[in-house]
Write a protein that binds this ligand. Structure first.
Ligand SMILES: Nc1ncnc2c1ncn2[C@@H]1O[C@H](COP(=O)(O)OP(=O)(O)O)[C@@H](O)[C@H]1O
Ligand SMILES: [Mg+2]
Length: 307
């Protein structure tokens, strides 16, 4: 097996007929992949779905540590918090890769959960390529400085004009092609600006215009951004998220303003993902599946050569 279970989310019944895979990806470290993966998994577990998290960042294992801190917090406090069942990708023995085992291991996880959320490394690894090819939804957080645009495209610093596409955009294009050729399915790519400054800069509008242009060129959707808030780092160490009703400071009676603002931003992000979490989302997913299967059927034409 390539994916070892390290923590159980408890016994629950699945609600969805088809598992939905969400991948957090960006070839740059520190953009917020693991933070967002944790928040999305907690949001879905809180809604009552059976959720698996899968850490394929075998070097940093940030999501694995996050999940571990959460378990410890639960043990210490005795409070009930929604959790995912967590898996980590295991290194191949002698550095060998085994695509068939990886496929089988992943299919096993998929068959037992409503959602699988995969956190990927800031590097181009076989595990990361595999993960991207499984995505129904791909979330790419961008650190909200202009420097981070360069994972998607090279941009003229003076005119903000897009010069050419960069490596990560190419990797996503390849994953999409692979997916389309294999199962015929489409990856919904959502880019979210993370760690946005509270003070809007003079460049803000130009950055936004540039993002819109990029979104049309590369075929991604833009979600509302998430602000730069110190509280995210405090939550990490406690295994908590903006969605937990736990007071940031011991003894505090109310959630802080920063907590509430972060929670709203995360909720807006979840809405922007358009996941099959409600009737409307499920109908959308079903219509998409039907359309895809119809698109793969050969067109029926009357036999004009019949005698
Ligand atoms: N919106 C935010 N505000 C403040 N700090 C953040 C925010 N998002 C992430 N961080 C912090 O930035 C660091 C990198 O985030 P992380 O999720 O580990 O990124 P990645 O997985 O892309 O490497 C962590 O210390 C995390 O707590
Ligand atoms: Mg990470």
């Amino acid at each position: 097996m390539w994916f070892g279970e390290v923590a159980s989310g408890g016994e629950r019944h699945r609600s969805l007929a088809h598992c939905h895979v969400i991948v957090c990806g960006n070839e740059k470290g520190g953009s917020g992949k693991s933070t967002i993966a944790m928040h999305v998994s907690v949001a879905l577990a809180k809604l009552g779905f059976v959720v698996a998290t899968l850490d394929v960042d075998t070097r940093q294992k940030t999501l694995t540590r996050y999940v571990d801190y959460r378990r410890r917090w639960i043990d210490r406090s005795g409070e009930h918090l929604a959790c995912s069942t967590h898996f980590v990708a295991l290194e191949a023995p002698n550095g060998r890769s085994d695509a068939a085992n990886r496929r089988a291991g992943f299919d096993e996880i998929r068959s037992a959960h409503d959602f699988v959320i995969i956190d990927t490394p800031g590097a181009y690894t076989a595990q990361s390529v595999f993960a991207h090819q499984q995505a129904d939804t791909l979330i790419t957080p961008l650190n909200d400085s202009f420097i981070d645009f360069d994972v998607l495209a090279n941009i003229d610093p003076e005119t903000f004009e897009i010069q050419d596409l960069a490596q990560y955009a190419g990797a996503v294009r390849d994953a999409r092609r692979e997916r389309r050729a294999g199962s015929g399915e489409i990856i919904d790519w959502v880019v979210v600006r993370n760690r946005m400054s509270p003070i809007s800069s003079r460049n803000e509008r130009r950055v936004h215009a540039c993002m819109r242009e990029l979104s049309m060129k590369l075929g991604f959707r833009l979600a509302n951004g998430i602000g730069e808030r110190l509280i995210f780092r405090e939550w990490f160490q406690r295994g908590l998220t903006a969605l937990d009703d736990v007071h940031a400071e011991a003894g505090a009676q109310r959630l802080s303003l920063s907590h509430l603002a972060a929670r709203n931003e995360v909720r807006r992000l979840i809405e922007a993902l358009r996941l099959p979490v409600d009737d409307q989302g499920r109908r959308r997913a079903e219509a998409r599946r039907q359309w895809l299967s119809a698109a793969r059927e050969p067109i029926r034409i009357p036999d004009i050569f019949a005698s």
